[in-house]
Design a binder for this molecule. Structure first.
Ligand SMILES: *Cc1c(COP(=O)(O)O)cnc(C)c1O
Length: 358
């Protein structure tokens, strides 16, 4: 039996989108391939609220995260971490011999504008990374406030991980001044895993050109220059299947559902889940910074999350245990992509029933 996924990626994918993945292949050096990739870029620019160039990568989101920190750090990176994915970005810096420092927040708390200001005022850093929506803790950082601080440091490259939030909440890349904004297909966008998308500013490109060793497959300069020269084609063979599905889904998100409607639907599901979490458990996140795409719930009743998921599985549902050290101490309910409030209510009803919460 298929289990309906309420985990923070992969998510449920609409059948129409899955069908697009089965589109017959085209040559990746054809006009049709150029057209496909150009259309995706134009649609993604609307989703990202940017005029910057869009790059696609046949990797999951981690690929572009690694490429960004490696290619664009000239001096030293400040990696702000509020959980598992910030820690991962720091590890990528270390493994690529990129000088970096990690600035941690307590799990459940966001990165603050004060932390960013304190780090950048030292003058040590020329790149920062921020996790917009930390999928381990369910925290969303106040990027509008951080953007105000970033205006004081116009030479610093700002990389933002929006892997679990893009298409689930409004992220205005150009208004914020984000240089590299990264996401993947398998979260709020609602596609199968396997492709990453980013926007990249001229400033970030100029920084990257000053870095000598940028690797090859994830060299952002190579990708950027190639698509300029070859009419949106990529240096190696991309996942065309994802591209067919992505063009279809971005069209749906922007022109059928509408961005504002989509963001409002996500907020409605988030509010419902937070209220539920506070009724029966507690939230891990400080509620002012609670994520709009997933809720991390403290296991204050000492339930066995593994068992709960097994029983949910028998009913055709799946939620997510806590991440890493938070396993069994928390559990997570994702409410993202094309999930509806009615489906969230259905899941919560089953959880109440299984745990005897009524
Ligand atoms: C899932 C996730 C990642 C990793 O993305 P992949 O597409 O799995 O490589 C990075 N950051 C955040 C916040 C995530 O939720």
């Amino acid at each position: 039996m298929h289990k309906k996924l309420f985990i923070p990626g992969p998510v449920e994918v609409r059948p129409e989108v899955l069908e697009k993945m089965a589109t017959p292949m085209i040559g990746h050096r054809t006009k049709d391939a150029s057209q496909l990739q150009r259309e995706i870029s134009e649609l993604a620019m609307k989703l990202f609220y940017t005029k910057n160039q869009i790059l696609l990568s046949t990797t999951s989101g981690s690929g572009l995260m690694e490429g960004a920190i490696r290619c664009c750090t000239r001096k030293r990176a400040a990696v702000f971490s509020i959980g598992a994915f910030g820690d991962r970005w720091f590890k990528m810096a270390q493994n690529n011999n990129v000088p970096a420092d990690k600035i941690d927040s307590e799990w459940g708390r966001p990165t603050t504008p004060e932390q960013v200001d304190a780090a950048l005022s030292t003058g040590k850093y020329d790149l920062i990374t921020i996790t917009h929506n930390e999928t381990s803790t369910g925290v969303m950082c106040p990027v509008e406030e951080i953007a105000v601080v970033m205006k004081k440091y116009p030479d610093v490259i700002w990389c933002l991980d929006t892997v679990s939030s893009m298409a689930g909440t409004k992220i205005e890349v150009d208004a914020l001044g984000v240089d590299i904004c990264i996401t993947s297909t398998q979260k709020a966008i609602g596609l199968p895993p396997g492709m990453a998308i980013c926007s990249i500013s001229e400033k970030a490109m100029n920084a990257a050109r000053q870095v000598e060793f940028r690797g090859t497959y994830l060299d952002l300069v190579e990708l950027y220059d190639y698509i300029q020269k070859k009419d949106y084609q990529y240096p190696s063979t991309p996942s065309l299947s994802h591209m067919f599905a992505l063009r279809y889904q971005l069209n749906y998100i922007i022109n059928e559902e509408g961005l504002e409607n989509r963001f409002a639907r996500h907020l409605e599901m988030a509010k419902r889940t937070r209220t539920w979490a506070k009724t029966y458990f507690e939230m891990l996140a400080d509620e002012r910074y609670a994520s709009n795409t997933l809720t991390t719930i403290k296991n204050t009743r000492g339930i066995n999350v593994g068992d709960l998921n097994k029983k949910l599985g028998e009913r055709g549902f799946m939620l997510s245990n806590g991440y890493g050290a938070l396993k069994e101490k928390t559990f997570r309910i994702a409410h993202m992509a094309d999930c509806t409030l009615a489906e969230v209510n259905e899941l919560l009803g089953h959880v109440e029933d299984i745990l005897g919460l009524k």
